[in-house]
Design a protein around this ligand. Sequence first.
Ligand SMILES: Cc1cc2nc3c(=O)[nH]c(=O)nc-3n(C[C@H](O)[C@H](O)[C@H](O)COP(=O)(O)OP(=O)(O)OC[C@H]3O[C@@H](n4cnc5c(N)ncnc54)[C@H](O)[C@@H]3O)c2cc1C
Ligand code: FES
Length: 283
Amino acid sequence: MKQPHHSPHLPYSAYLVERRDLSEDTSLFRIAPEADALTELSSFVPGQFVQLSVPGGGEIPISPADLPAAQGTVELCVRRVGHVTELLHKLEPGAQLGLRGPFGCGFPLDDMAGRPVLLLAGGLGIAPLRSLLMHLLRQRERYGDITLMYGAKQPGLMLFREELAALAAAGGMRLYLTVDFAPEQLEGGYSCAIGLLPDLLKGFRFDAANTYAAVCGPPPLYRCLVADLERAGVAAQRILLSLERRMRCGVGRCCHCAIGQKLCCVDGPVFRASDLKGIPEAL
Ligand SMILES: Cc1cc2nc3c(=O)[nH]c(=O)nc-3n(C[C@H](O)[C@H](O)[C@H](O)COP(=O)(O)OP(=O)(O)OC[C@H]3O[C@@H](n4cnc5c(N)ncnc54)[C@H](O)[C@@H]3O)c2cc1C
Ligand code: FES
């Protein structure tokens, strides 16, 4: 798939190294792209996305869950929801894939430096926020307090829970977990509240005037959390939202991903809440 003068529209070749099931419909895919693609991916900022092509299926936008530079692989946490993701979930290690990117605007890491960071993840929203979390922890001294609040429907759908518990136990971050309901005793030595993600925020004491909040989750969560964060004193320009829209070109040419006058693929997918005020369809 490699081209002599590489166009952003053409995927580089890549192959599936490993797949790890995280829940009944969501797996972590470790993918090795060819060397030229890795060079482009070295500029990756958490929150940006890649376009993954699955032969015989098509292309889908995915925000990497991590990009461990030393390993030369990209980690994609993908839920099986339709045609392309079904095909991806059937692949075995060694399978050929295509990858282009990174695209879009990620989290404003330089602005966040020196400040507390509060990550709020609902369901699959943990995927893009995991790459931000890994970055913050790798450069721990560059940031203030790091707190992750993560809500899932039930314990079996809580992704990366052992890994997150281990990271919290190592002391670099505070972790608050919640599930909408818990049908059985929780296993695995982690504790978690029962309730919705916004409930975790209620009564949470933090330095709201300086904090950057990064939010990713199902659409109904955004409006509620933005209001709660603003009420708590976090300014709208420091509330960062990772949005999803259906995409095609990924590079600002087709307008498939329009949000008002903005394009999710180039102006986002990470937006400041202040930039979305006056665009009712954004949230
Ligand atoms: C910037 C960005 C980052 C993303 N990151 C991730 C990620 O880390 N992990 C992950 O599992 N998924 C992620 N997605 C969503 C992923 O792209 C879609 O699930 C995928 O395109 C579905 O393809 P499909 O052919 O399997 O499903 P389809 O057969 O096309 O659709 C199945 C269902 O999913 C819905 N759907 C499809 N695309 C989207 C979309 N872009 N947004 C909302 N709903 C959609 C359809 O309406 C339909 O209900 C991301 C999307 C964007 C735009
Ligand atoms: S996906 Fe084509 S303009 Fe955004």
